[in-house]
Design a protein around this ligand. Sequence first.
Ligand code: NAD
Length: 491
Amino acid sequence: MKIPETPKRFDLWIDGAFTPSTSASYMTRQSPAHDCPVTAIAAGTAADVDRAVASALQTFESGVWANTSGAERSAILYAVAERLIERKQELALLETLESGKPLAQADSEVEWAAGIWKHAAALCRHLYGQSCNTLGASTVSMTLREPIGVVGLITPWNFPLLIASQKVPYALAAGCSAVIKPSELTSATTLILAEILKECGLPDGVLNVVTGYGDPVGQALCEHKDIEMISFTGSTTVGKAIAATAACNLKKVCLELGGKNAMIVMDDADLDAVVDAARLGAFFNMGECCNASSRILVHEGIADQFVERLTAFAKELSVCDPLDETSKLGAIINETQEQKILGYIAAGQKDGATICLGGGKVETEKGRYLEATILDHVPADSATATEEVFGPVLSIVRIKTLDEAISIANRTAYGLSAGIFTNDYNQAMKASRALRAGTVWVNTWLEGHPELSFGGYKQSGLGRELGSKAVEEYTEEKTVLFSLGKRQPWW
Ligand code: NAD
């Protein structure tokens, strides 16, 4: 796989075609792994958002998409899944160059995304309302699911294509028109996705992409009076600001936000399984993952053995150029994030944690790489153990009982995911019920399927993506009541 000699340039995607931004300027993205420019992305403006929303609204009101049958929509979504696989190499390379993630992983993310498009394609034909036939002889009622309207979709940089694929196909399955704003750091694959949708038959203007910074582009979407719903994935801080802005016309808001996910390890757990899952959970995507198992609450009876085995196992992870097929940890997205991660490692040490592995930068000629880091004896309520680090840093907290572990696990503002490793089904069920998180894994971690809903409790979000109700999120429910026969007078 080669790095392009000149950065690949992308304009905005409005009304079914690439079109320059009114700013006439471009954001150059440097590869975090290679320190060279890889893409030049149009820096959108509020005026561009107006153009894109106008195009989406025109298609919505015309019914060119909203009035198609589920079968027609399904065929297009399914074709997109197949086209994603055909263009997999190109998509994966762009994701790696913009984000720094290992190419082999980016490759499997394209397949994962294609699977989600197929799931949405199936749901197109299964969007049902209800009927009520128990209102008496002269009344019958039904509910209709209707597309909510024009939706604004805002995505982060850590899984660009995958997260776009958790939103776009379900919005389209519902019959909505949309404007999407990808992260300013990783916009390329969302633009290619729009191009693929056109190739597969989506009418022009139904999906538009306005690239650019959070302010002005994301801000303008949240303020726009013709947008009925915002679906956002990103940090909790920005999510709160978006909810406040979207209140201007009482838009519906769906938020997929940060997490500080606790993996509980009891003393009867299968250590081989735990060590493998902990390594994956903490270091997958360099820990830049909302579902990272960034804190492990391990029973003190097995803690020393666990830490020793995990440390030896994590040492084997190769931190290097993400284009190298042996790479398991690639580059860190940008300098701000790198400094934030190093700050949490230093704070953890200050609070009394000990470093078992890593703790600093990997010195390389090019790029920005951090060592896989394991901190032991991290105080349960310290910043490193309760705040989202979003880097390859695993905090180990030792616990004495399951009750203590559950109490610590729930003592954060977040509630995205959690899990337990044990061979005792009573403990597993008790934890599954008590953990305040949208997903609880038992004897596994990071396993997801499009069939299963995903989202957060508390400050990890509002609403759910994926699962059988993913399309419903993008609909309104209308009640229709029929009065039958001769009308009964008011009095
Ligand atoms: P971020 O919140 O900084 O940015 C996300 C998106 O919001 C970007 O496109 C950004 O340009 C845009 N944005 C920024 N300011 C805005 C504003 N004022 N109005 C509208 N849009 C604005 O997040 P990030 O750094 O890109 O991603 C990392 C975060 O995302 C982490 O906190 C992670 O946990 C979270 N995340 C959550 C999930 C999930 O499904 N729960 C998945 C992936 C990432």
